[in-house]
Design a protein around this ligand. Sequence first.
Ligand code: HEM
Length: 381
Amino acid sequence: MSEEAQNAPRTAKAQTPPSTPAAPSALTASGAASHRAARRMALWLFFMCALVAAMVIVGGATRLTDSGLSITEWRPVTGVVPPLTEAGWLEELEKYRQIPEYREVNYGMSLADFKFIYWWEWGHRLLGRAIGLAFFIPMAFFIATGQARRPLSWKLAGLFLLGGLQGALGWYMVQSGLSERVDVSQYRLAAHLSLAVLLFALMFWLALDLWPARRIGRDAAPKGLRIGAALLAAGVFAQMTLGAFVAGLRAGRTFNTWPLMDGKFFPDGYFAGTPGLNDLFETAAAVQFNHRIGAYLLAAGAVWFAIAARRTGAVSRARWVLAAVVGQMLLGVWTVLAATPIALGLAHQGGALIVLATALYAAHGLTSARASTAAGRAAHR
Ligand code: HEM
């Protein structure tokens, strides 16, 4: 075979759109002191994403075991110590006996059963504190050693504050179930889950910015595809918030049929009374229907994205998004048909974060080149 023929495929490959590690100017713009520092911080942020994912699952288990209202106070520091004596446990149980959930749902609950729900909530809060430390200590180290400079240091500090806000929002949610009602408000639950998902998304995106991976390059894809990828990621976020309303109203234990909802496409009972905007989030029929429609729109978007990305550097990322969305939908249908057993509810919740990660990875790959280009321009100004 002639030399030229031998080289033909390789040269052909060289013709495909370029994808190179971030230029030094992009590194400076990212705020990382060096490639090594960038890589170290990216690994740490990916680890933090895994911790937040674990926290979402533990939060889901705390909700699905009806444990979320077992601790009726919020002591961010001293609350880390659980009751250590019989008297301590009886004191906690006595506080729990004051709330509507005990009187109307768990009246006469034994100390052993109370300990079961208590440990779930305590474990959820403990993991929250551990995540706060697992973020704060490395962040302080990376900033103090100059590995993280502005704007990265500001971004990290902002993420830490958001994490603190998530803790406060968690308590604000619990408070909604301590006086008039036996469950927390679905609005506050949706806000708590959405802020957790936002934290996950921001850390994941920042980690991708820092991770010295191949970049598809903005010029390798039409503008419409870049916008489509960003809209898809936003759509997954919105669908997850709709899902939280399904969870918050225990709507997964109703209309356990598919594709119709008890024999109808549009379910009875969608509107609570006279049709109004907040009906969208007030009835089990409405929140489950909205979530189903959200899933179908997301699936259509993922199919469009996979087709539109065919001849671009984003084709494999687009296929991952489609596969994740289809898998999550099947899991969702199974969850609703089975009336939301704990294991399926948790699998579905975890699956949603995987869908989000694939959508963010695709959107980042298509838009990230802008960052390096802009940085390049900034560095040469
Ligand atoms: C890609 C599409 C989907 C995404 C991203 C998604 C995401 C989510 C999320 C984040 C939750 C909240 C979990 C929690 O707070 O614990 C949820 C709940 C739920 N979803 Fe989906 N979902 C999707 C499709 C579906 C479909 C197609 C169905 C059924 C037809 C479905 C049925 C449910 C049910 C029953 C719940 C309540 C589970 C519980 O109470 O723990 N989902 N979904």
